[in-house]
Design a protein around this ligand. Structure first.
Ligand code: CA
Length: 479
């Protein structure tokens, strides 16, 4: 790679060893909603190790995904671009020949590693070392792939991915900064905890969310069509036990919710333990001070909210990503921010942290200002969202939308129905205002702003009618 002159000069000034450049540890889980983290005020569990990171760093309260589903979010994170620009709008193969943050960091002298769930349908590129699960992978005794071999490992997936990450740190060349992507499979469906965690959670009663009994009465048809209701669509494999004889109606829905949450939160507990283990390793090796640590998840998740499991919809529980950043001396301990940061911002932010220029074609912004407690004056106050993956796997209608600091407008484009929410008076998004006569001006204003964002981001409906082949058929068997 030809580095710009000023970067080359800057590397020379560092004596080429780059030792003063920060290491970056990016820990990402799969489907871990912010409202299952006590640092975010969880009412259903505690996460002491993630909380510790938040105490030592910054918690972002408005970190959002631009397309709430696993594979597209991963592509957006790697490229700093929206789905319509990175070619991954659904669950389809990522073209690994394109520019990624891993490649740029590697070219600039970073030692790069990727461990755990990849799920992009092609081999990782830009990594000195990688070991990934095939597709979703298994929780127990999972198979992992490297560039040259396939091996079944014995143990629990979350523990193993941490082991591999620690091994990468132990064996790394110490004359280079490192970029580690530690990607947990947990707590993705079908929520299979480690035996001790499963036993611990088996008899716990988890409080119901406030919107558990949402009847979708003011929503578009999309909410009624979606097949992700706790009451009706969790499978026998998801709940794993037979419900007690004679249980019906809302009681049965609550029983299913409890089974779902017991296993989900037990999986989260292993994630939290392992974050503690990885942080302890960094501390022990003297790596804490010069390392930017991020904890996030590829999107949010419905934890019985609106009666659902899964994600996809632009509603808050699914749209919001947990995001905690620790970087001693650079990020104030115990801070939080309501500034809007998007998953497309991660790549530019990592490049900026490494002192590298952000390529002009990346659509995200360097959010170091936000993390430093001083967002630029012109920092964004609205974000654009677009979801494409229909009908699989849960019949969630394609939609696009805008979220501002106070409102959300969603257009379910195939059925041409709209939803409008005032997040200041209705944070749970229970009252769709689209048919309220006094909301017409707000609707027009937001629609105009949404279409401007769409245009500015170069979304020309590239995938609106014909998204690439999705699902298992569109992915190679082993990735
Ligand atoms: Ca996911």
């Amino acid at each position: 790679m030809n580095l710009p002159v000023f970067v080359s000069g800057w590397l020379l000034a560092l004596g080429q060893n780059g030792n003063s450049r920060p290491n970056i540890v990016f820990i990402m889980t799969d489907d871990h909603a912010a409202h299952a983290i006590s640092a975010y005020g969880s009412k259903i569990n505690t996460t002491p190790h993630i909380d510790q990171l938040a105490k030592e760093g910054m918690r972002l309260d408005r970190c959002f995904v631009t397309n709430s589903i696993c594979t597209p979010s991963r592509a957006a994170i790697l490229t700093g671009k929206y789905s319509h620009k990175n070619g991954v709008p659904v669950f389809n193969r990522f073209d690994g020949s394109q520019q990624t943050v891993a490649k740029l960091l590697q070219s600039a002298g970073y030692h790069t590693g990727m461990f755990g769930k990849w799920h992009l349908g092609s081999d990782p590129t830009g990594f000195d070392q990688w070991k990934i699960l095939p597709g979703q992978g298994n929780y127990h005794d999972p198979v992992f792939y490297t560039a040259t071999k396939k091996k079944k490992e014995s143990g629990y997936c979350t523990d193993l991915i941490t082991d591999f990450s620690i091994d990468f740190l132990e064996k790394r060349p110490t004359d280079k900064p490192f970029f580690l992507m530690c990607h947990h499979k947990a707590p993705h469906r079908d929520w299979q905890p480690r035996a001790d965690k499963k036993a611990k959670w088996a008899n716990k009663t988890v409080p119901l969310p406030e919107t558990f009994d949402d009847d979708y009465s003011s929503r578009s048809d999309a909410a009624r069509e979606a097949t992700m209701r706790v009451a009706d669509h969790l499978t026998a494999n998801d709940v794993k036990l037979k419900p007690p004889e004679g249980l019906m109606g809302r009681d049965l829905k609550i029983w299913k919710y409890q089974r779902y949450m017991q296993d989900y939160l037990a999986c989260v507990e292993s994630v939290d333990d392992n974050i503690g283990r990885l942080m302890e390793h960094l501390d022990k090796k003297g790596l804490k001070e010069n390392t930017l640590v991020i904890y996030t998840s590829d999107q949010g998740f419905f934890l019985g909210d609106h009666g659902w499991y899964d994600k996809r919809f632009m509603y808050e529980e699914s749209l919001r990503m947990p995001f905690i950043a620790r970087w001693p001396g650079k990020v104030k301990a115990g801070a939080s921010s309501g500034d809007m940061v998007l998953n497309v911002d991660f790549a530019p932010t990592f490049l900026a942290a490494a002192g590298l220029p952000v390529p002009e074609d990346m659509q995200g912004k360097n959010s170091l200002g936000v993390l430093g407690g001083k967002a630029p004056q012109d920092w964004r106050t609205e974000m654009y969202y677009r979801y494409y993956h229909y009908p699989h796997d849960h019949r969630v209608q394609p939609h696009l939308g805008i979220r501002t600091l106070t409102h959300k407008l969603i257009h379910f484009n195939k059925i041409d129905q709209w939803e409008l929410y005032d997040l200041t008076t209705d944070p749970g998004e229970m009252k769709n205002l689209i048919h309220e006569p006094n909301q017409e001006a707000k609707f027009k204003e937001l629609k105009g702003r949404m279409l401007k964002l769409k245009k500015d981001l170069g979304d020309e409906d590239q995938f609106a009618d014909k998204p690439p082949a999705a699902g298992v058929d569109g992915m190679p068997k082993n990735r």
